[in-house]
Every structure is written in structure tokens, then in C-alpha cells.
Design a protein around this ligand. Structure first.
Ligand code: FS2
Ligand code: SF4
Length: 543
């Protein structure tokens, strides 16, 4: 196996025997075969578009299936096998349509691939088609191909969520198919691949815009909302991941049943949406911290746990029977809900005691998405012009298990009192419950939302740049980004597409970036690795 798609990859190079994430070699090779099958589907879809053929099912399927190969989403060989067969079935159906419309159908390679019937043979097929550096003629092009593929996985996740809530743009699907089909080619130059990778960023921005519209048009604009970290005596269900539609369905089905629903991990910002927290008061509070702590936190939770998206850590036997997965998520032996019917989850919650007493805890604030922040833009601008606010730091991105990620906690603790910290995604759990006070009524720590809300952060930065009449790179704003998985790759590409410079990236640089590609990023975008909080803060403040 060869997988280097996430930040915790083995020895900072690649997982070659088993994933640090717990992904087996078998699943890794099946996922590679699925990516290959999706390249084939994409080639046919691409040809189809040239003759006016579109297939909505194939479009959405491409997103769901690619999403299943993202880090910490699906560990179940049977489910990946089903996706492979479905990809081939949809590809062949599309071929018929393309043929009828007069398009090209004489394909070879992935578009003509026939999956083996046994699991053993499928794994062998995966081994043959896996993207590996030793097979590549040019390591820099290979690096950009991986960057493109990993970025596309992030786009697929966002597009999947957006379409669930009715927001789609055929431009997104068309690009995904075009770029996936390009991965099969070896006639494109380094410059072509730089262009394709940046285009992933452009398309990702559009996709995140769709997702933002999906969330805000369905659930309203997030509002600053205090969220209890304690719990109520009584029966309880925990929901993790990012999928607000899944959460809403669960809230509807648990209404009036005397069950409290708690968010975990990236679901925390759900409390800020009027269409969720205000409508469903039994969405009580937030339990636990970031994804990598779930084995301990889930074991201690006295109710069922619903995993709507990443990040799923291989569950321990002590609580595995209480975990339910949805959508692209899967793990062997864990119950998978095919439809949004939460009956087994509710029955389990009802059969358990739940929390035996009330626990008062701290509260944290969430809901500072673009509308909330920009509604006080005048106050913010005045505070900057008057000198009360000297600088903004966006300290955001993914969390992870590595101790070096303490950099982000220390960074936030050391940010001077006259600076504001914007945050988003699960990296915030390293400091989300710290009381950092306020500046003239503006909290110093503003939680914009999930990693899925990076669009909101971009809009805040662009609006401030407009208000100050400067380029976004001239704002008193520094981006301190932590990455882990492929959504972060997509977001990073969007920031580069927007021309945002001087991003500090950590805790380590991606293993799939070659020295030459890194040089390109440094020369053109002045991207830099994190150093120490003291040095970085000083440099950001111009000292
Ligand atoms: Fe965090 Fe994990 Fe949000 Fe990432 S919960 S690292 O995949 O999606 O951020
Ligand atoms: Fe390794 Fe990350 Fe790939 Fe898992 S997803 S196998 S940890 S590189």
C-alpha cells in the first residue's frame, strides 16, 4: 500500500503497511481501485458533457464515493467494494447514453476496467493501479497529481453536503470529472498541473459557497450562541461529524421523546443555527473535544453515538455496539443507517440510563459566521482605526494527535491582548474553552464554525479588505493554519487561488509536496511552516 494523503502519515512520508489512522492495506488498495474506477466513470462523464449528456446520479455518486476515501471516513472493505461495482455500473450506463448521443465510447484504461468478482482479486487489482511514486516519470508532476486528487476529495465532501440540501452547480461536477479524467493522462506538463491544482481551489471556493448557501438558507445565519459543555440528567444521543441535515433529521425524530441530543467534534457550530438550536431545545449542549480524543470520550458517553462524517477513529469494543454510521462513513461490524431513519438509535437511547445527574459545566460561544461578524463590522473597523484592535489571527484548521500541535494552544495563549482570534474547524478544541475576554464588547475568540465554513472566513476577510480599501494581503490579518486531511488541502488550494500569501502551515508540511513544488509555493505565495509561537507572533506583528 502507499498512502500519504494526511498529515499523520507514517514517518512523514507514507503509510506502506497499515495506516496510522487504522486503515488496513486491504481497504487502502480497495480505495485505490475505487479511485481508478471513478477515473473511468469521469472519463465517460467528461465525454458525455461534450455531447450534452449529463447524469445526476453519476455526479452525486462521484462525490459520495470519493468522500468515502477521505481520511477517517470508511474502513469497511464490503462498502468500498459496493462503491467500485456501482461506479462501473454507472459508467456503463453513461456509455450507452453517450453512444446514443453520438459521443466517443471506444475507451481503454479505467473507463474499460472490469472489476474482479472476489475480494482477493479486487485487492490485487487495487495493487496494480495504485498511484505510487516509483511508477511516476516525473516526481513533481506526480506531486501535483496527488495534490489535485486529495483536493478533489475535499471538494467531493463539500459538494456532497451541499447537494443534500439542494445546492448544486453542474460546473462543480463537470470540473471534478474533468480533473479525475486528467489523472489518467501523462501528456500534461508541470504548468498544466499547477493550473489544474489551482483550479481545484477555485472550484472548491464555489463548492463552499454552495454549502454556505445550503446551510444558511435551510437553517438561517448562525448567531452568537452560548453552548453548555455540561449535561442534563437523562437519556442522551451524541452526534459527531459535519452533516447538519443528518442532525436535523435526528432532532425531528427525537422531539418530545425526553432525549437530549449532544454535539461532538465538528458538530459544535450547529448550536449557532436558529433553525436547529432554537427550533429543537433538546439539542442541549456539546460533549467532548476533537476527533482524536473520541475513543476515550465515546467510551464514557452514556448513550448511542451517530457518526455522520469524518473523523471516525476505529472504535474500541467497549463502545463499538453503540456507534452508528451514515452516508459515506463505515466501519466493519458497526451498524450503518441506510436511510435517515434513527429508530434503532432512539431505541438504544431509550434502553439506556443516560446521564444520571445534571452537570453544570462551562459554556463556550459559537456562531460567529460571516453574517454575525459583518453585522458588527462598523464596530470592528472603528476598533482597528482607533487602535483598540491591533491585529487579527485566524488560527484554524484540523486537530490531530501529535503533541507538536500544542503550538496552536500556546499560540492562542500568547497572542497579545489587543488582538482578535478567529477560529474554525476542529483545531479550535485546543483552546475553545479558554476565556480570552473581549475588546470593547467584541469577544477576542470568535468561532466561525466547522472546516466546512471556511467560505465564511474568506468572506469576512474580503469584506474587511473592502472596508479598509486594501488588498486582503495588506489587512492586519495572519493565517495560522493546521491541516490534517483532504478538506484542508482543498481549502488551502482555495486560499492560494485567491492569492492569499504568508500562510503559516503546520504542524508539518504535506508529504506529497516535493521540494520543487514547495519552492514554487514559497516563491509565489510565501507560504511557510510554523516555527515557535513567540517567533511567529513577533513576525506577524511586524517585529
Ligand atoms: Fe476535523 Fe476531521 Fe473538519 Fe477535518 S473532524 S480533521 O476531517 O473535517 O476538520
Ligand atoms: Fe496513512 Fe493518513 Fe493514509 Fe491513513 S489516511 S493510511 S494515516 S496517510
Amino acid at each position: 500500500m502507499f498512502c500519504n494523503q494526511c498529515e499523520q502519515t507514517a514517518k512523514g512520508q507514507a503509510c506502506t503497511k497499515i495506516g496510522v489512522c487504522g486503515k488496513t492495506e486491504e481497504v487502502d488498495l480497495l480505495q485505490d481501485l475505487l479511485v481508478y474506477a471513478l477515473q473511468g466513470l469521469s472519463e465517460v462523464a467528461n465525454e458525455g458533457r461534450k455531447v450534452g449528456v449529463e447524469d445526476k446520479e453519476a455526479d452525486v455518486f462521484t462525490c459520495e464515493a470519493l468522500f468515502s476515501t477521505l481520511t477517517n471516513v470508511n474502513f469497511d472493505p464490503e462498502r468500498i467494494k459496493d462503491y467500485i461495482f456501482k461506479a462501473v455500473e454507472l459508467r456503463d450506463r453513461l456509455k450507452e447514453k453517450v453512444k446514443a448521443a453520438g459521443g466517443k465510447t471506444d475507451f481503454s484504461g479505467p473507463a474499460a476496467f472490469v472489476p474482479a468478482q472476489s475480494m482477493e482479486e479486487l485487492i490485487k487489482q487495487g495493487d496494480e493501479v495504485e498511484l505510487r511514486p516509483e511508477k511516476a516519470k516525473d516526481q513533481d508532476i506526480f506531486s501535483l497529481k496527488l495534490t489535485t486528487l486529495y483536493g478533489l476529495k475535499g471538494v467531493a465532501a463539500y459538494a456532497y453536503h451541499a447537494q443534500e440540501l439542494g445546492q448544486e452547480d453542474t460546473k462543480v461536477y463537470a470540473f471534478m470529472h474533468e480533473a479525475m479524467a486528467n489523472l489518467t493522462r501523462d501528456d500534461l506538463s508541470l504548468n498544466d498541473w499547477v493550473g489544474i491544482a489551482l483550479k481545484v481551489g477555485e472550484i472548491n471556493l464555489r463548492t463552499m459557497e454552495l454549502l454556505d448557501a445550503a446551510h444558511t438558507s435551510t437553517f438561517g445565519h448562525p448567531e452568537p450562541t452560548p453552548v453548555p459543555l455540561g449535561h442534563k440528567k437523562g437519556k442522551a444521543i451524541l452526534v459527531s461529524g459535519h452533516d447538519l441535515k443528518d442532525l436535523e433529521a435526528l432532532l425531528k425524530q427525537t422531539e418530545g421523546k425526553g432525549i437530549y441530543v449532544y454535539t461532538h467534534g465538528e458538530m459544535l457550530p450547529a448550536h449557532g443555527y436558529p433553525g436547529l438550536k432554537k427550533k429543537y431545545p433538546h439539542l442541549y449542549g456539546h460533549y467532548g473535544t476533537a476527533w482524536q480524543n473520541q475513543t476515550k470520550e465515546f467510551a464514557d458517553f452514556p448513550g448511542p453515538i451517530v457518526m455522520t462524517t469524518n473523523c471516525l477513529v476505529p472504535p474500541k469494543e467497549t463502545y463499538k455496539d453503540r456507534v452508528f454510521t451514515l452516508g459515506p462513513v463505515g466501519f466493519p461490524g458497526v451498524k450503518h443507517l441506510k436511510e435517515l431513519d434513527f429508530t434503532p438509535v432512539i431505541q438504544m437511547a431509550e434502553s439506556m440510563e443516560g446521564f444520571t445527574e445534571d452537570k453544570e459545566g462551562k459554556t463556550v460561544l459559537t456562531g460567529f459566521a460571516r453574517n454575525a461578524v459583518l453585522s458588527v463590522a462598523d464596530k470592528v473597523i472603528e476598533a482597528v482605526k482607533g487602535g483598540a484592535v491591533k491585529h487579527f489571527f485566524l488560527v484554524g484548521g484540523c486537530d490531530g494527535a501529535k503533541p507538536v500541535r500544542n503550538y496552536y494552544t500556546e499560540f492562542v495563549e500568547k497572542v497579545p491582548q489587543d488582538c482578535i482570534i478567529l477560529t474554525l474547524a476542529c483545531g479550535k478544541f485546543r483552546f475553545f474553552d479558554k476565556d480570552l475576554g473581549d475588546i470593547g464588547g467584541i469577544p477576542r475568540l470568535l468561532d466561525i464554525g466547522q472546516c466546512n465554513d471556511a467560505y465564511s472566513a474568506v468572506q469576512i476577510a474580503l469584506a474587511l479588505a473592502k472596508a479598509f480599501n486594501v488588498d486582503v494581503n495588506e489587512l492586519p490579518l495572519s493565517l495560522i493554519v493546521s491541516w490534517y486531511e483532504q478538506k484542508a488541502v482543498a481549502i488551502l488550494l482555495s486560499l492560494l487561488y485567491l492569492g492569499i500569501k504568508n500562510i503559516r502551515l503546520g504542524p508539518s508540511l504535506p508529504a506529497f509536496i516535493t521540494p520543487n513544488v514547495l519552492n514554487f509555493l514559497v516563491e509565489n505565495y510565501q507560504i511557510k511552516p510554523i516555527s515557535t509561537p513567540d517567533e511567529d507572533i513577533k513576525a506577524c506583528l511586524g517585529g
